[in-house]
Ligand binder design. Structure first.
Ligand SMILES: [Zn+2]
Length: 328
């Protein structure tokens, strides 16, 4: 198995492991993404109503973050605890909890304000509240929305990757994009990190991102171009397939350059694959066929080529690459 095939296999295996029990994984991912802000019950509710949710917040929290919930979007219903207010030190004991439920949630949904109680200005997320934890005296339904249901700029640094980025990689990726008749621009393309447009033949990347994220974005857009996703006016016929292919190519290119984008790439691929391992497998041929000449063209220094054994395998296969591709 060549290093390229090995890396592609890693993607398939990685996603397979992730999707073995999709519901459970959804739960874990939601837990990770939402920073354990939600109870198990609410994670199940979110998972059941919108399994691909990444970041969920109430309507007003999104507004504060500069994002607008799109008209007609259906909210995700979860349960917010009703907390009994505790007497503050130095004050008279308050009324009994049953008579003094503030109704403001301890979760990120506090700002939904369905109780008619004023909520603190800092109610943008759970765990930020300074109020002493009180007794949960009940629950009420509140509505939250996933970030995908909103419009607005990406939140800087939210999911951008960072870390080691080889010198010259950005230039090498840009050159490959140029060779395909596209120019690289830096500019607005939110909520994505990058965008490739056929009409004016541009690849636009979001400003102010870490070099590693820029490399991943460029490699991803290059992947789209190299896979032929923009070869006709109809756009991507199968968006999921196109995104999986582009990100898989990017993962392989950057892994060969010594970067580890496993977390970001697997997450992205997993989101588009939605547990469909057959879909993932159908992309393997294209990914390997496209990645091979790109790796050669990027001409990374041998020392930067992944592990020594993988680098050696690459050299060996370089001469028989066409045969391997033709055979698939
Ligand atoms: Zn894409």
């Amino acid at each position: 198995m060549t290093s390229i095939e090995h890396l592609q296999q890693q993607i398939t295996d990685g996603i397979a492991a992730l999707t073995r029990d999709q519901q459970w994984i959804t739960l874990l991912e939601l837990t990770a993404r939402t920073g354990s802000r939600y109870s198990l019950g609410n994670l199940l509710l979110i998972g059941a109503q919108r399994p691909q949710a990444t970041v969920v917040c109430g309507y007003r929290t999104w507004r504060k973050a500069g994002r607008q919930v799109r008209h007609g979007e259906r909210g995700i219903r979860i349960l917010a605890p009703i907390i009994a207010r505790r007497p503050r030190p130095g004050t008279e004991p308050g009324p009994r909890p049953s008579g003094d439920t503030t109704g403001d949630a301890t979760g990120a949904v506090a700002d939904t304000g369905t109780t008619g109680q004023p909520t603190p200005a800092s109610g943008s997320g759970a765990g930020q509240r300074t109020r002493r934890p009180g007794q949960v005296v009940g629950f009420r339904p509140v509505v939250v929305f996933d970030i995908e249901q909103t419009d607005g700029p990406p939140r800087p640094g939210d999911t951008a990757i960072d870390g080691y980025t080889p010198q010259g990689l950005r230039e090498a990726l840009t050159t490959q994009i140029n060779h395909r008749g596209y120019q690289v621009k830096v500019g607005g393309c939110g909520p994505a990190f990058g965008r490739t447009r056929r009409t004016d033949r541009t690849v636009t990347i979001l400003p102010g991102q870490p070099p590693a994220q820029d490399a991943l974005t460029l490699a991803h857009e290059l992947g789209h171009l190299a896979c032929g996703h923009l070869d006709d006016d109809t756009g991507y016929t199968h968006r999921g397939t196109a995104e999986i292919e582009a990100e898989s190519v990017a993962y392989i290119l950057l892994a060969a350059a010594g970067m580890d984008t496993t977390a970001a790439s697997f997450d992205y691929i997993g989101t588009w694959a939605q547990g469909d391992l057959d879909l993932l497998r159908t992309t393997a041929d294209t990914v390997i066929r496209v990645a091979r000449p790109l790796l050669a063209a990027l001409d990374l220094a041998p020392a930067e080529l992944t592990t020594p054994t993988a680098a050696a395998a690459d050299t060996t296969d370089a001469t028989t690459g066409t045969d391997l591709v033709a055979g698939t």
